[in-house]
Design a protein around this ligand. Structure first.
Ligand code: PHB
Length: 390
């Protein structure tokens, strides 16, 4: 297998020598579009890490073909770059699949490319509900924000919380999270004291954290995109004494993303989140995944939910190629993806036959120490959760 990596700028430079390469008869090409540099660089790295883990475990041949992965860096969030890269992958590289997509705006920008070219597009993270409605050639193996946020609200009311402030990133997934949380929380008898939205790029949390403190809620519900922002929020939470003021943190698991959790510090102990994957999930499939990820990605740290979606997305792609015996066809590929079941490291998942969106167990977890390291420890679950945002 070959891993080619090109940034948007480099791709133009490489265009002349790449244009002569016809789609080799014996390869299946997967074009991976995600951010590999900039503030969301970890998204591409985690997704690619999961893809590498799958290929290491299963080999690079399936259905009589060799799998070739072509990786493109959007440097994002950069929807227009993502769209151009996807167009080039389809028209010049003749990819059989589009995959990756860490960020919602990039997935939405590429949807028309998948639709026009009838190229199956496997979403490995981007989690705004509507994405899968934008083309019949999209299937999602990751999660949606309504799917994981609704259960957080249900759990909160069941456990006696009545007054909450919400804080979300001000774009698709954040608004989906806020809406789904409010619906279940207010529906269950709770009260939302205030709803705060923060910018997607470089949010300055300090003033918002003060507003939360002043509103005196029992808890704050958080969605911020995985990574640095969760670290920054928890730092402010600790420094402004919200724990001492009795304000709990409840969140989607993006906040305590497994890749950054080890460096988040003890302020996260006891934080409750709802999510589809924890590195501490107890199953044989997860043990295998963790081992393969470490072997395929030396020094990359702990894999998170995006790595799992990269791994599962490859599993879906292999299954399609196997069933089509290497003879790719977009419509037949989608028919195979509809209703597909995958034995994921997170537990069994299904791609819904109607919506092409993922159906899965959503776990309730608490941050605890295992052997001196912070983990999201699962202690309750909501089975067979569908996206509720559409
Ligand atoms: C998204 O842009 O859809 C997104 C990004 C990061 C997350 C979840 C969703 O943690």
């Amino acid at each position: 297998m070959t891993f080619k990596k090109t940034t948007g700028a480099l791709l133009l430079a490489g265009a002349t020598f790449l244009s002569g390469t016809a789609a080799a008869e014996d390869t299946i090409k997967v074009g991976v579009v995600a951010a590999f540099s900039g503030p969301f660089a970890d998204y591409g790295k985690m997704i690619e890490g999961g893809i590498k883990a799958y290929v290491l475990q299963h080999g690079n041949k399936v259905g009589g073909k060799r799998i070739e992965i072509i990786v493109k860096d959007t440097t994002g969030p950069a929807p227009e770059v993502a769209k151009r890269l996807a167009q080039e992958l389809v028209t010049r590289d003749h990819v059989d699949f589009l995959a990756g997509f860490g960020l919602t705006p990039e997935a939405l920008a590429v949807a028309p490319v998948a639709e026009q070219s009838k190229t199956p597009m496997i979403i490995m993270n981007a989690a705004t509900s509507i994405i899968t409605t934008k083309s019949n050639y999209i299937a999602r193996v990751s999660m949606t924000l309504p799917q994981v946020s609704g259960p957080m609200a249900s759990w909160a009311v069941k456990n006696g919380l009545r007054k909450v402030v919400t804080l979300v990133a001000d774009y698709g997934p954040g608004i989906d999270a806020e809406t789904a949380f409010k619906t279940n929380f207010i529906g269950g008898g709770g009260q939302i004291l205030e709803s705060i939205r923060v910018p997607l790029r470089n949010p300055e949390f300090a003033p918002f954290i003060q507003r939360i403190k002043d509103a005196k809620p029992e808890a704050v519900f958080i969605f911020v995109p995985a990574g640095e922002q969760g670290v920054a929020f928890m730092k402010g939470y600790r420094e402004r004494g919200l724990a001492e003021a009795g304000i709990k943190v409840i969140a989607t698991g993006d906040l305590t993303d497994d890749h950054v959790l080890p460096v988040m510090g003890d302020a996260t102990l006891g934080v409750i989140t709802t999510f589809h994957y924890s590195a501490a999930h107890k199953s044989a499939e997860n043990q295998t995944f963790l081992k393969q990820f470490a072997a395929a990605n030396p020094g990359a740290g702990r894999p998170n939910f995006m790595a799992v979606a990269g791994y599962d997305g490859m599993s879906a792609i292999y299954e399609v190629v196997r069933k089509l015996n290497g003879k790719m066809d977009g419509d037949r590929a989608m028919a195979i993806l509809r209703g597909m079941k995958i034995n994921s490291p997170r537990g069994p998942i299904t791609i819904d036959a109607q919506t092409r969106d993922v159906v899965q167990t959503v776990y309730v977890r608490r941050v605890e120490k295992i052997g001196g390291e912070l983990y999201n420890v699962e202690f309750d679950q909501y089975k067979e959760m569908k996206d509720t945002g559409k």
